[in-house]
Design a protein around this ligand. Structure first.
Ligand code: IPM
Ligand code: MG
Length: 354
């Protein structure tokens, strides 16, 4: 198969980890007889430096013309503490989500047997945890009206959702629940927020269409607690944009390192695959960042965008082997030998081919 891939490494450690994902993709292609071609696009702070726009039109054209997007990270400390900055790297990510219509963000949380001890949670709580967060990605406060008034001393952000937006994300979440253990948890704040009440109302309307799916409704504050109290109780979680942003960072610590979790953003146009960690500027250029999340994002790309399940499984198997054998970066080394980003990438690529 010919795979046309847009490569958007972005900022910070993005380029280093995406390079390792590319090695894994190329190894899969050699082993299974596919042909991958890559088109590079600027995004984030590097795109602002390049042309003043965090998601330039030329990058959008490349994404629209590709079968999948491999994304690194965006963010740069130069912008973080400057409330007057007119453009920010993060706007590039919001723009790509909106323009590609990526309304769903799928963040699977899995544990690796040999790493359960790395989790800040007790081993017996996390061992075997396996759930999928489905985060709505193009609505809510991220995209609602915002601004200042009273001469700048009052600020507002609006959380807004339409029936259409809620139905499409819920139906995707119900579908995933059907393919998994048939348990869906709808997370909201329906005791306070009107948008949450609409989510709950629509979920209740839709539930009879999926009689095999057991549906729970949980307030987000409680969900934040249950996630670390009893992560194994979850199968599929669906929630709005902001809640999903927060809960998925929290969930990432279950598996032991943020550097392990991959994600797929899917919707109307080309799907995008990205590690859930950020640009980690302190580590940029040091060849120490964990490339596993980016490499597992490439596995999700094979499975989701190309329907190549065996290829995705080959990547997952190589990643598990690297972790079991201790071929890991410093975040997971715990006193043992820490390998560099590129060494881990090379090892995994070789394992895919062998
Ligand atoms: C994420 C990130 C982004 C978000 C930022 C970088 C805009 O935190 O993908 O979770 O808030 O959605
Ligand atoms: Mg986030």
């Amino acid at each position: 198969m010919k795979l046309k891939i847009a490569k958007l490494p972005g900022d910070g450690i993005g380029p280093e980890v995406v390079e390792q994902a590319v090695k894994a993709v190329d190894a899969v292609c050699r082993r299974f007889g596919h042909e991958a071609t890559y088109s590079f696009g600027y995004v984030g702070a590097v795109a602002i430096d390049h042309c003043g726009d965090p998601y330039p039109d030329e990058t959008h054209a490349i994404c629209m013309d590709s079968d999948a997007v491999l994304f690194g990270a965006v963010g740069d400390p130069r912008f973080d503490n400057d409330p007057t900055a007119k453009v920010r790297p993060e706007q590039g990510l919001l723009a790509i989500r909106k323009k590609l219509g990526l309304f769903a963000n799928l963040r699977p949380v899995e544990t690796f047997k040999s790493l359960v001890g790395k989790s800040p949670l007790k081993t017996e709580l996390v061992d075997g945890a396996d759930f999928l967060c489905v985060r709505e990605l193009t609505g809510g406060m991220y995209f609602g009206d915002r601004g200042r008034k009273d001469g700048g001393d009052t600020a507002f952000d609006t959380c807004i959702y339409s029936r259409f937006e809620i139905e499409r994300i819920l139906s995707l979440a119900f579908d995933y629940a059907m393919r998994r253990r048939r348990h869906l948890t709808v997370v909201d704040k329906a005791n306070i927020l009107e948008t949450s009440r609409l989510w709950r109302q629509i979920a209740r309307e839709m539930a009879p269409k999926y009689p095999e799916v057991e549906v729970d409704y949980m307030y987000v504050d409680n969900a934040a607690m249950q996630l670390i109290r009893c992560p194994k109780a979850f199968d599929v979680i669906v929630t709005e944009n902001t809640f999903g942003d927060i809960l998925t960072d929290e969930a990432s610590c279950i598996s032991g390192s943020m550097g392990l979790l991959a994600s797929a953003s899917v919707g109307a146009h080309t799907s995008l695959f990205e590690p859930i960690h950020g640009s980690y500027p302190q580590a940029a250029g040091k060849n120490i960042a964990n490339p596993v999340a980016a490499i597992l994002s490439a596995a999700m790309m094979f499975e989701y965008s190309f329907g190549l399940m065996e290829e995705g499984a080959a990547i997952r198997k190589a990643v598990s082997a690297s972790i079991d054998k201790g071929i890991v970066t410093e975040d997971l080394a715990a006193g043992g030998k820490a390998y560099s980003t590129s060494e881990v990438g090379d090892w995994i690529a070789a394992a895919i081919e062998s």
